[in-house]
Design a protein around this ligand. Structure first.
Ligand code: ADP
Ligand code: MG
Length: 705
């Protein structure tokens, strides 16, 4: 249960004065909202950081202001000159002066009554805006801000927030001001000795940091490296690291076991492989075998680009565990991937004398029962499947090892599913996202890492080109020729949401069009709304070569392996993120043929889209692409938080706060070493921290023990 102390912060923004459903909707568009319901809470609003400030501390004069730049002036209002009735387009002018001269504040289509109130004749006002000179007269067209001195004038420093339609800056400002008043008195969770920013001053409290950011005293207060921002970033990173450490401690709690193998199983697998292992695979296999052989529990991440050959590494590890008499599971994020793993693994594993089965949510009882029996009596050595592996009614004779294939989605979800089952196997997580090391730490915490950095021998580079959509028919003609030469083509369309008004074509429409161009029986289609067997059939037809071109959306079939597909067209490439483009491209270039990737785009391209396509043309190096992606999009997207639903970061920015991450990790370890159940007074405060940053999943783990 969330401490009731936090209730005021977790109330919806609609509980603030002046915030109705419409404003709340607009706020939800600019702040990341946690949870399923799409209403921002007060805490979400408070974590909405200003993007910049307007600095009005320097009040200047009409004569000294630099033309064309924003100036703040202190003026006396002389007279109003409304636009003549006859000349509708003529401006409304308000003449004002200071000791250096006169200026005309100029308004088009002005509301005279409102202006008279804002700028009463004879009064002193503060005005801020861009000053210009025309024919020797100073003027300011539509000042950015105006306020009577009597009413307090203009704030010397004003924060600017991300804007959205339907949300006036003033309304947002008012909401934030009332939100600041709702912050309760919170206990301090920081260990004062860990704050090393400035030994002479105590760090700002959580509350004063938020106040400082929303009500800055200096423009620098709203920079990410200000004391206030760093305090909050630290808090968020500590919450994240603490949550990860709790999961890890829970997974490790029951301790591991040593699996001993004389190497017979892995040797038999290797003998059955139609290829030579790469050096990287050998090293990773050795690292994993060493972990498995030790009594410590294994928590290891296997990182390798799409096509780098992670599955074989996992299989070798599972053979090791089978030698020691225990069972293994391989858990895939989707049904299709599970089936694909099954079909690659089975022949090799069976040749090596291992029994392999598959269990997914789709199987009927007839198929399912023998698998359940085999898992319970221990006759099945390896079981491939989806999360159905951990549903009710599945019992294992002796589960020793779990491989979780997260492809490019990740989160602790599958791992939590495991631990919820009370199972405690050694764990290998496979990911195809070539994330930089700093981010491995944030996403996975303290895992050991093995990396596959080279591709299997014999792979040819992929030729990548970008092409405007206007040249579509030219492309179709080239594909027709390529297909006649026996090649296979993927054609990827972005997912079109039903609500989306746009000129994007859906996969279905593109399928129909390509069918007309290339022959309907040669063009297949696969998308998320097809039933499981329909998807299987579409994949099988493409694998077997009955269809030569497969149109699909990205959702379901990331990671599919059809080695002789050698061309991929990505339509609306400008809509995809860099890591996603890279993942998609990785589906070709797996066989011996030279492969190509066509990035079909609809111009005009914005700068970022242009940069992405350029990176794609220039490199195939997943790690370089990851770095560029980080630069272009920000780490939240890179981590694929949207797909997996894992909360990303609100306040911390790893490009600025990377130094705080290592610190947070250390602090989290220290905390759990001294108070593993967060039961002490500081533990109480830390639980509050976990709630504030929506890391309370971890609090539930504490209770479950
Ligand atoms: P990923 O890392 O994307 O999961 P896979 O394990 O699916 O990659 O492997 C991609 C393809 O490369 C598969 O067809 C696999 O059989 C093949 N492969 C794996 N290792 C090697 C190797 N050492 N030499 C040649 N081909 C390999
Ligand atoms: Mg794979």
């Amino acid at each position: 249960m969330r401490p009731s102390l936090l209730d005021p912060l977790f109330a919806p923004v609609t509980s603030l004065p002046g915030v109705g459903p419409k404003v709340a909707d607009a706020i939800a568009r600019i702040v990341p909202t946690a949870g399923m319901e799409n209403t921002a809470r007060i805490v979400d609003l408070l974590f909405c950081m200003p993007t910049r400030v307007i600095d009005r501390r320097d009040v200047t004069t009409i004569a000294d202001a630099i033309p064309g730049t924003i100036a703040t002036l202190r003026l006396r209002v002389d007279r109003h000159q409304p636009a003549p009735r006859a000349a509708r387009n003529a401006p409304y002018r308000v003449f004002c002066q200071d000791e250096t001269g006169e200026i005309a504040l100029t308004f088009f289509r002005a509301h005279g009554e409102w202006l008279t109130k804002q700028l009463p004749e004879g009064e002193i006002v503060m005005v801020s805006g861009t000053l210009d000179w025309f024919n020797g007269r100073a003027s300011m067209v539509h000042p950015d801000a105006m306020a009577r001195e009597e009413a307090g004038g203009l704030p010397p420093i004003e924060t600017v927030y991300p804007g959205t339609a339907g949300l006036a800056p003033k309304t947002l400002r008012k909401a934030i001001d009332s939100a600041l008043e709702r912050i309760p008195n919170l206990p301090e969770w920081r260990d004062p000795s860990v704050n090393r920013d400035d030994a002479s001053r105590p760090p700002p409290t959580f509350q004063s940091a938020l106040e400082r950011l929303h009500d800055p005293q200096e423009p620098d207060d709203v920079l990410p490296d200000s004391r206030a921002w760093r305090r909050l970033a630290r808090d968020e990173l500590l919450a994240g690291q603490l949550a990860i450490a709790l999961v890890r401690a829970r997974l490790r709690r029951r301790g591991g076991r040593a699996f001993s193998s004389d190497g017979a199983g892995p040797r038999a697998i290797e003998a059955a492989l139609p290829f030579q292992l790469t050096e990287g695979q050998r090293v990773s296999i050795a690292e994993i075998a060493k972990d498995l052989g030790e009594p410590e529990k294994m928590l290891r991440l296997l990182q390798g680009d799409v096509g780098s050959g992670k599955t074989v590494v996992a299989l070798m590890a599972m053979a090791h565990v089978a030698d020691a008499g225990a069972q293994s599971v391989l858990m895939a994020p989707t049904e299709i991937l599970a089936r694909q793993h099954f079909s690659t693994i089975r022949p090799i594993a069976e040749a090596a004398g291992l029994k392999v089965a598959i269990l997914t949510g789709r199987d009927g009882t007839g198929v399912r029962q023998p698998v359940l029996d085999g898992l319970a009596d221990g006759s099945i050595d390896i079981c491939v499947g989806t999360h159905a592996l951990f549903q009710q009614g599945v019992t294992f004779h002796d589960l020793g090892f779990a491989v979780v294939d997260e492809q490019h989605r990740f989160g602790v979800h599958q791992r939590l599913a495991l631990s919820a089952k009370g199972l405690n196997p050694d764990l290998l997580v496979m990911t195809a996202t070539p994330i930089p090391r700093t981010l491995v730490l944030t996403a996975f915490g303290d895992m050991d890492v093995s990396r596959l950095t080279e591709k299997p021998a014999g792979r040819q580079p992929i030729q990548t080109a970008s092409l405007p959509i206007e040249r579509l028919s030219e492309l179709a003609a080239r594909l027709e020729k390529a297909i006649a030469d026996g090649r296979k083509v993927y054609w990827i369309c972005p997912l079109v949401e039903e609500s989306e008004q746009s000129d994007l074509v859906s996969a279905a429409e593109r399928h129909a069009w390509l069918g007309q161009q290339l022959g309907a029986d040669r063009v297949g289609l696969i998308h998320g709304r097809m039933s499981g067997p329909e998807k299987d059939a579409a994949m099988a037809a493409f694998k077997a070569g009955q269809t030569r071109l497969l149109v699909g959306t990205t959702v379901i079939e990331v990671g599919v392996d059809v080695p002789d597909a050698s061309i991929i067209v990505i339509e609306h490439a400008e809509r995809f993120g860099l890591s996603q483009l890279h993942q998609l491209r990785g589906r070709v270039g797996r066989g011996a043929d030279a492969s190509s990737c066509v990035l079909l785009f609809r111009g005009p391209l914005n700068e970022i889209a242009e940069a992405r396509l350029k990176v794609m043309r220039e490199t195939e190096d997943g790690f370089r692409i990851a770095e560029e992606d980080l630069r272009l999009r920000g780490e939240g997207d890179l981590l694929g938080t949207k797909q997996s639903g894992t909360p990303g970061f609100r306040v911390a920015r790893l490009d600025v706060h990377a130094d705080l991450l290592a610190e947070a990790r250390q602090e989290a370890r220290l905390i759990l070493a001294t108070d593993p159940d967060l039961a002490g007074p500081r533990g109480e405060a830390l639980r509050i921290l976990l709630y504030l940053f929506d890391r309370d999943e971890a609090v539930r783990l504490l209770r479950a023990g």
